[in-house]
Design a protein around this ligand. Structure first.
Ligand SMILES: *[C@@H]1O[C@H](CO)[C@@H](O)[C@H](O)[C@H]1NC(C)=O
Length: 356
């Protein structure tokens, strides 16, 4: 073979392999696996990366990642020991979704069990249901082998709650109730009650003053996407919800399409923020459907956030979007958002910052 024809020969060979293996196979080895998570929860991303790079499925890697955040009590808003409700109790919301089968497992307002994402996976893998709630979710999780019942309070969460009680249970999530500006029990404001009627104007004044002084609460959630070596997509979330929530409150965390969504044909999305508002818009479902119609991840993320901001200009929240090409982007409103990524071309987890 003449020396000059070697490059032509190599070109021919590589073209041949490209044609045989196809675009996906060649691309996949570079694009996948991939882990994306809300916030700089680096240890969680590392744990998911280790799992998926070692050959675990996307679902199992998501569980490893979110579970790490539960153990580390990331930001105090994931796992036990954070976000006390009005009774001082910590409860857990979590979800896992398999983008191949569209199966979902979730638990909400789960008491006495620390392992939210593992409980969610048990719901997905061992029941025909999607969502179990409250103490019944705890009984299920424990019966399926998770540790419990355990005390989910920590000295920090009890201290936080005690200070809140001393501050007349402010801030809280009530509206149009009396008494305003102090602890309950609360009653609807419209209710005719002589003693309440007399002080109504004053109490309403207090209520208005209060709401104008509330800053964004802690609403951080870990919402994670993993694409495994097979190119399979899964998402998971875990949170202990909003601090000082009314007992029984469930946020966006365990709601598929809101805090997270995955479809193997398209990609995935993760969300964090004011779940009470965000769950009315199913932003992650919106993101995935927009990408299905051809939008780039960042544009899809911005569109989903805009749809919420248009109706709730003061809402605080963020989403990230990932498509099957491994492209990602984020959008946020009311705060600066960060999300973490680990891909084959990175030496370590990289944190991306998104400004409102
Ligand atoms: C749970 O733990 C908290 C914080 O350590 C503690 O204050 C509380 O008394 C415990 N509750 C029970 C029922 O043991």
């Amino acid at each position: 073979m003449a020396l000059g024809s070697i490059p032509t020969f190599l070109l021919f060979i590589s073209t041949f392999f490209f044609m045989v293996l196809g675009d996906d196979a060649v691309g996949n080895s570079v694009k996948y696996p991939l882990v994306v998570s809300t916030w700089p929860f680096k240890e969680a991303v590392k744990a998911a990366w280790k799992a998926v790079d070692g050959g675990l499925s996307a679902v199992d890697a998501v569980v490893e990642g979110c579970s790490t955040c539960e153990e580390l009590r990331c930001d105090g808003t994931v796992g036990p020991g954070g976000s006390p409700d009005e009774n001082g109790e910590t409860t857990i919301d979590a979800l896992v979704m398999n983008g191949v089968t569209m199966e979902v497992g979730a638990v909400a307002a789960m008491r006495y069990v620390k392992d939210g994402i593992r409980a969610a996976r048990l719901v997905m893998q061992h029941t025909e249901h999607t969502l179990l709630v409250g103490e019944k979710a705890s009984v299920f999780a424990i019966s399926m082998g998770l540790p419990g019942p355990s005390n989910l309070s920590s000295s920090e969460s009890i201290e936080k709650w005690t200070k809140w009680k001393e501050n007349h249970c402010q801030p809280n999530f009530w509206k149009n109730v009396v008494p305003a500006g102090s602890c309950g029990p609360y009653h609807p404001k419209g209710k005719v009650d002589v003693s309440e009627e007399c002080t109504k104007t004053n109490l309403m004044g207090v209520a208005e003053l209060r709401s104008s002084h509330i800053s964004p609460h802690n609403h951080d959630t870990i919402s994670m996407t993993v694409i495994d070596k097979m190119g399979h997509v899964a998402v998971g979330t875990s949170t202990n919800g909003a601090t000082y929530k009314i007992p029984g409150r469930v946020g966006d965390g365990p709601i598929a399409g809101s805090s997270a969504y995955a479809d193997n044909d398209v990609g995935a999305c993760g969300a964090t923020g004011d779940g009470d508002i965000m769950m009315r818009f199913l932003p992650c479902y919106q993101v995935v459907e927009s990408m299905r119609l051809g939008m780039e991840p960042r544009a899809a993320a911005k569109d989903a956030i805009y749809r919420i901001a248009r109706k709730f200009p003061n809402f605080v929240g963020a989403v990230f979007a990932v498509n099957k090409n491994g492209e990602h982007g984020g959008a946020c409103h009311g705060w600066t958002f960060q999300y973490s990524v680990r891909s084959p071309e990175m030496d370590d987890v990289e944190v991306f910052t998104v400004f409102p």
